[in-house]
Design a protein around this ligand. Structure first.
Ligand code: CO8
Length: 167
């Protein structure tokens, strides 16, 4: 059984009393403090505040290889999930992925700059429906996802110690 590397298991994300920003700093998708992470940085377009759009460019190497020369399918799912999660804050909610479905349309290549974009579709109560795509710069869609995110009650997060309680 693999032995955990304690040097990587004592960051701020594991501290007894972190705030949500410190915890988020170790997010595998976007956390700047995670040395193994993807370090995605999104631009969010809120010109229509009801339909936020998040976009980033990324390029991965063999660390994330699945089929030779292409990104592992699980990492493709991570990219799409991460992009959709970036729509929640502009909508002023905390939410977690409940369900997502993915169309792997073409293999997603390593060593090429690609575009990852997401868009909010609709909301029904606690249920947020988002979509995301990975595209080549010429607009060819390589993978596409639809996601259902469920709004989490901020007070429950505070009770669980994941956020600071509202004063
Ligand atoms: C805090 C910031 C985090 C940022 C995270 C970034 C994105 C992530 O990667 S999150 C990590 C992955 N996700 C998770 O670990 C979440 C694990 N799941 C959970 O904790 C819970 O299921 C949770 C909190 C999301 C929802 O739980 P719960 O409140 O019991 O909801 P639940 O009743 O199961 O489902 C909610 C609704 O979705 C509906 N639903 C479930 N599946 C589907 C589906 N496939 N299609 C349509 N609707 C569905 C349910 O019917 C229900 O609808 P309604 O309220 O109308 O009855």
């Amino acid at each position: 059984m693999p032995i955990p590397d304690t040097s990587r298991h004592t960051p701020a994300s594991m501290d007894a009393n972190p705030n949500i920003e410190k915890r988020a700093s170790h997010c595998f998708g976007c956390g700047p403090a995670n040395p193994q992470g993807l370090h995605l940085v999104f631009t969010t377009d809120t010109s229509n505040p009801d339909i936020p759009v998040a976009t980033t460019q990324f390029q991965l190497d063999r660390l994330h290889e699945g089929p030779p020369g292409y990104i592992h399918g699980g990492i493709v799912a991570t990219l799409l999930d991460e992009a959709m999660s970036k729509l929640n804050r502009p909508l002023n909610v905390l939410a977690m992925t409940r369900h997502m479905e993915i169309d792997y349309l073409h293999p997603v290549p390593l060593y090429q700059s690609l575009v990852l974009t997401s868009r909010h579709l609709s909301r029904e109560g606690r249920k947020l429906f988002h979509r995301a795509e990975i595209q080549r710069p010429d607009g060819t869609v390589l993978a596409r996802a639809k996601g259902l995110f469920i709004v989490i009650d901020a007070r429950l997060l505070a009770l669980a110690g994941l956020t600071q309680p509202e004063s």
